[in-house]
Every structure is written in C-alpha cells, then in structure tokens.
Design a protein around this ligand. Structure first.
Ligand code: ADP
Ligand code: ASP
Ligand code: MG
Length: 418
C-alpha cells in the first residue's frame, strides 16, 4: 500500500462529465489499495473569470479581497468531486484551506505555504476516507484566505504530499507528460520519460506552465516524487503506478536510468513578460540602483536587464523586463520617480515573448547559444535581449514570432519526433 496525492488541473475538472471521470480515476487508485488525497483546481477558465470581476471592480484592487474572490473556484470543484466520489460509493470529504489548515504568509495573491496541519487529514485517510483538498488556497496568520499565485494548485499538491509523507504526487493534466516543448505549439514535440528537478525548475520558471515553478522547487527541497500524467484516459488505461507519464527525478536517479541525454531538454515560451526602456539615464554610480531599488521594494521581479551603449556622452539607455501583470505598477512607480532617477523617456512594450532553451548538457557543451542566435537570424527573428544561466539561454523577441521561434529552435536542436 502506498500513500498517493493526486492533483487534477482546471481542464480535468471542467464540468460534470470530466469530474465524474476524475472520480473514477481516484476510485481506481484507492481500489488498488492506496491511501489517497486529492487536490483540485477550479474549472478551466473560472479563475480568469473571477480575476476579471476583480479588475472591473477596481483596477488597483485590494489583494486580500482578490483572494476571497478567486479562492472560490476551488471551493466549488472540491465539493463537487467529493459528491461524485460519494456517488461512486466512496467515503470522501472536502477540506478547505482554512480547515486543514494550510498556513501561508500574508503576501496575498502570491502567498507562500509555511506549513500544513496534517493530523486530521491523515486520520481521515487512514480510515479509508478520500480527502479532497482545494488547491491554490491557504490561510494567513491573520486568519484571512490567501492564494498561491496562478497555477498554484500544483504547489498545494506537492505541499500536501510533503506534509502527509506521500510516496508519490501525481499531477494529472490535459497532456500525458512533460514534452520537449509545449505540444500545442509543436506537433513534433517528444514526451520525456524523465526530467530532473533542476531542468523542470528552469523549464517552469521560463514559462512551461505544465507545473508551477514553486511546486518544482518545493518537490526538490522536500524530495517529493512527482509524476505528470493525463487525466484524459479510458478506464482500461495503464495504472498510474506503472509511471505512464513523466517522472521528475534527481540527477543521480537519471544517471541510473541510463538514458541517452540530449543536449537540450526543452524549449519554453513566455508571453507574460513586458519590456521597459528608460532612455538617457546619466551614466553615474547609483543610477541603476535608483531604478531597481524601488521595483524590488514593490515586489516586482525584474528578469532581463540590458544597459545599452551610451549614445551621447555620459548617458545610457536601460532596458529590462518585468512580469506583464506588474507592468502598470512598474510604470507608475518609475514615472513618479522620473526626477530622482533622471531619465528622458519611458518606453513600455507588452508585445514581447521570452523564448528559452534548457538542458543540463549545456554545462559541458559550447555553442548552444550560437545555434540559437543563428537559427533565429536565419528566419529574420530579431533578438531584443538575452540572458543566460548555467543550463539555460533566453532571448526576448516580438510576441507575434513566438510560435515560429519555438518551432525553428525545436528543429535546430534536432529535437523533432520522427
Ligand atoms: P492544468 O490546468 O492541468 O494545471 P495547465 O494548463 O496549467 O494545466 O498546464 C498544462 C499545459 O501546459 C498543457 O496543456 C500544455 O499546453 C502546456 N505546456 C507548456 N509546456 C509544456 C511542456 N513542455 N510539456 C507539456 N505541456 C506543456
Ligand atoms: N485555479 C488557479 C489558476 O487558474 C490555480 C490552478 O489552477 O493551479 O491559476
Ligand atoms: Mg496548471
């Protein structure tokens, strides 16, 4: 017998028929002799709908009230799944974030999990009851509802798995594993049987939304075994225990699996970035600190940064990217400080995309970036900014060229499936 946490995403939970299928998958897992807890997302599109209501209410809404609104999507699906399980004859109950509780800090809309009280849920599971837990939501120490940031149900699932010391955390979604790139963009993308925590972390952080970044770092830190697999399966599909999806493994495990490692593991695209350029900043110590200090203080993450060659003597242009969702705030903040920073113009562009190639093989191979730049240049795709890390190269391009760029690179690195 194993203890398994199963997580179902929005597409898997979208509507009565799909929830019924999820209930059957859960029932089968329990019938195989396992103790199970289930973490669910809101129905696909529901969180977007709720976010829109907040924006319409007030573009500068109170994040604490935003959390009250958006956490409701998962409350609905957790109750519904418990009902469907009961209809199949299973013992099941929902456990809302505040009931477990899932403790978080009070950074509303992007809260971090600090701990989960798992005794009650463990006792319930031990008695044969299926615990259904809404993802995405938690409870601050001020007693208020929090949410974990978009895609946060993955993190809820991994955190629950760590708290109940689960043998495995199965993330069921609308694709049957992690691919070399988004299979919706590149039909020739290949499914990976295994991917390391580190590679998955990089892929997630540069836009592969199949797993939320925090869920991967948490799994890595807590040593949670995570499998990504499809919920769109028939009753006679291979059991999840045979690992039909993609398993996230450690470096050591991967070596043991004796796989032919490709140089590049995956390619990701992220359209949720925006570019800001401040022109004619005086080229003096402290100028750049005056820009990024206030952004950091406002919790706005800056990703790519370029300080352009001074056009005029003593002046330089600074270009950087921020999350699209923070663009308006960043702009307002920088405009307020125009005189202190001392720039001429602020240019904002939200029509950009970041394309990244990731692979541990880069550590030992030169020329990965060169291949990327050449392949993009051959198709006339202009690069607006570049960043690199030990196992990743990212470029910023025009958003309209996203799909083309991903396909071109997938072919350039010889990753296309036959
Ligand atoms: P869920 O609602 O189940 O959480 P998401 O939409 O958050 O699902 O994530 C699954 C989606 O991630 C897939 O439908 C796919 O389009 C996208 N995706 C992006 N990159 C990849 C990748 N490398 N492998 C698999 N799926 C990917
Ligand atoms: N429902 C939330 C979202 O859409 C959380 C999740 O699905 O993981 O972001
Ligand atoms: Mg998701």
């Amino acid at each position: 017998m194993a203890r398994i946490v199963m997580k179902f995403g929005g597409t898997s939970m979208a509507g009565t028929e799909r929830i019924r299928r999820v209930a059957r998958i859960v029932q089968r897992q329990q019938a195989a002799g396992h103790e199970v807890a289930v973490v669910v997302s809101a129905m696909a599109g529901e969180t977007d709908r709720l976010v829109n209501f907040c924006r319409e209410a007030n573009p500068l809404y109170d994040p604490a009230e935003y959390d009250v609104v958006v956490a409701s999507g998962e409350q609905v699906t957790s109750g519904l799944l418990a009902m469907h399980l009961q209809a199949l004859g299973c013992k099941a109950r929902s456990w809302l974030g505040w009931q477990l509780p899932i403790h978080t800090d009070d950074a509303h809309a992007k809260a971090r999990i600090e701990g989960i009280d798992s005794e009650a849920v463990l006792a319930s599971m031990a008695s044969g009851e299926i615990a259904v837990i809404p993802g995405f939501q938690g409870l601050s120490d001020k007693g208020r509802v929090t949410t974990l940031g978009r895609g946060g149900s993955d993190t809820s699932a991994v955190a629950v798995a760590a708290a109940v010391k689960a043998d495995r955390c199965d993330i069921y979604t609308d694709v049957d594993g992690v691919y070399t790139t988004d299979p919706r963009i590149v039909a020739k993308a290949r499914k990976l049987k295994n991917v390391t925590y580190e590679e998955m972390l990089e892929l997630a952080s540069v836009g592969s939304k199949v797993l939320q970044t925090r869920s991967v770092s948490l799994a890595m830190k807590e040593g949670v075994r995570v499998q990504v697999l499809s919920s769109f399966i028939d009753d006679d599909a291979p059991a999840a225990d045979t690992i039909p999806g993609t398993m996230i493994v450690s470096d050591e495990e991967l070596e043991g699996l004796d796989m032919e490692r490709q140089l590049i593991t995956g390619i990701a695209a992220d359209k949720n970035e925006a570019k800001i350029t401040l022109t004619r900043i005086s080229d003096r110590p402290g100028a750049v600190a005056a820009i990024f200090g206030p952004l950091a203080a406002a919790n706005i993450n800056v990703d790519m940064i370029i300080q352009n060659i001074a056009k005029d003597k003593g002046e330089t242009d600074v270009t950087f990217t921020v999350p699209l969702a923070d663009l308006a705030r960043a702009q307002a903040l920088l405009e307020e400080r125009k005189d202190t920073i001392g720039y001429y113009r602020l240019l904002a562009n939200s029509k950009v995309a970041k394309i990244s190639v990731v692979g541990v093989g880069m550590r030992s191979h030169a020329g990965v970036a060169a291949t990327m730049f050449r392949a993009l240049a051959d198709r006339g795709i202009n690069i607006q900014a570049i960043t690199t890390s030990e196992i990743k190269v990212s470029v910023l391009i025009d958003e309209d060229e996203t799909e083309l760029a991903v396909r071109v690179l997938h072919t350039a690195y010889e990753m296309d499936a036959e």
